[in-house]
Design a protein around this ligand. Structure first.
Ligand SMILES: Cc1ncc(COP(=O)(O)O)c(C=O)c1O
Length: 390
């Protein structure tokens, strides 16, 4: 095909590949429990769906401004300001089709060959993919189980060189569910401000928390070099609508909106109107979803810890668990494959989230308690019947 060289540096999200393999097995009549994909199994709240339909009838079917519709930018600014206790103006909001374009466009706008960017490992795989794609050098910041998968600020500081340009943090975190406290967030934000580094603070799981409180790097750092990523996919079960946003300086919003003009022109207008309703309407559905995730978290953590060879921390946020499977004798990738093919449970190898995910699996608990319990039974019985050769 003679693709551009940079395409060889583009990574992917293996969750979609495992999902495709799981679906192929289902097509052959096999029963598979899906704990691989990172999307809420709840329906988008009905008031949001109604607002999307109404927007279509009201004629929100045309191009709009690249940074987003004024109605939605205002609603996001108000919601973000109220929830974070900050004062953010609508001019600092850029709306995108999902949270992903925020990281893609930020990296495109800032990184080039010779630059370094520090990202969490294990972490959302698209950070490393985009850093590589832009020709910069990705530098992994290990997140360790013994530190509850929270980053170590001294270790981060040790990775900073004169070439470092961007640092990425994510709290609550995918894939570990770790939540950073004020202390870590403040220290990272100040470190970046002191060294003149850009900071991407991925806060897409900010509303999905069971213990502790969410805090934002924007409170402590240099606002001219911080981009906060948040969106609607997880909080409002709107993954398929494609709606997210970045909070940034007014100055940086200009190149960030220009990238959107070039790539997509704008985010779909009726989707943005649905998003405005999501933020300003009844929040009961979000509260109920988080309550249900909390219940499932405890079922899956307790269940995993009862399986020999497996140990699992109790994450404070998001909807993933990241159990240590070293005691089973299996490698992460082999266990992912065999658990799917022979055990009927789709999960992801920790290595899908970077080299520091080795020795772990990621389960998404966006599935019913009944299915989670069945998956735990299948996992335990797979290990019992197939002890790894030592
Ligand atoms: C940490 C993190 N950031 C961003 C995203 C992207 O979200 P969206 O579907 O809105 O593009 C995800 C989705 O899985 C995620 O886990």
């Amino acid at each position: 095909m003679n693709l551009a060289t940079r395409m060889s540096r583009l990574g992917t999200e293996t969750a979609f590949e495992v999902l495709a393999r799981a679906r192929a097995l289902e097509a052959q009549g096999r029963s598979i429990i899906h704990l691989e994909i990172g999307e809420p199994d709840f329906e988008t709240p009905s008031n949001v769906i109604a607002a999307g339909k109404k927007a279509l009838d009201d004629g929100f079917t045309h191009y709009g401004p690249s940074p987003g519709l004024p109605q939605l930018r205002e609603a996001i600014a108000a919601d973000f300001s109220a929830r974070r206790g900050l004062d953010v103006s609508p001019e600092r909001v850029v709306v995108y089709p999902g949270g992903k374009p925020v990281m893609f466009f930020m990296m495109l706008a800032l990184l080039e060959s010779g630059d370094e960017a520090i990202f969490p490992s294990p972490g959302f795989p698209i950070y490393e993919s985009m850093i590589n794609y832009c020709g910069a050098t990705p530098v992994a910041l290990p997140l360790r189980e013994e530190n509850e998968f929270k980053l170590d600020v001294a270790e981060l500081e040790g990775l900073v060189t004169e070439r470092t340009k961007v640092v990425v943090i994510n709290s609550p975190q995918n894939p570990t569910g770790a939540l950073l406290g004020k202390q870590e967030i403040e220290a990272v934000a100040k470190l970046c401000a002191d060294k003149g580094l850009w900071l991407l603070s991925d806060e897409i799981y900010s509303r999905i928390i069971y213990e502790g409180v969410h805090d934002t790097a924007l409170r402590y750092g240099d606002p001219s070099r911080i981009v906060v990523l948040d969106g609607f996919s997880k909080t409002y079960a709107m993954t398929g609508w494609r709606l997210g946003y970045g909070i940034m300086s007014e100055e940086f919003s200009v190149p960030m909106a220009r990238l959107q003009t070039n790539a997509t022109s704008c985010t779909a207008a009726m989707v943005q109107m649905a998003g405005a309703e999501a933020l300003t309407g009844d929040q009961t559905a979000v509260d109920d979803m988080v309550k249900e995730f909390h219940r499932r978290r405890d079922v899956i953590v307790d269940g995993l810890n009862a399986i020999e060879g497996v140990s699992c921390l109790r994450p404070k946020g998001a909807f993933y668990v990241f159990p240590n499977i070293r005691g089973t004798g299996y490698s992460s990738k082999e266990l992912e494959n065999r658990l799917l093919d022979e055990g009927g449970v789709a999960a992801l190898s920790g290595t899908s989230f970077g080299t520091h995910g080795d020795g772990f699996l990621r389960f998404s608990y966006a599935n019913s308690v009944e299915n989670i319990e069945e998956a735990l039974r299948r996992f335990a019985s797979f290990l019992e019947n197939n002890p790894a050769p030592r």
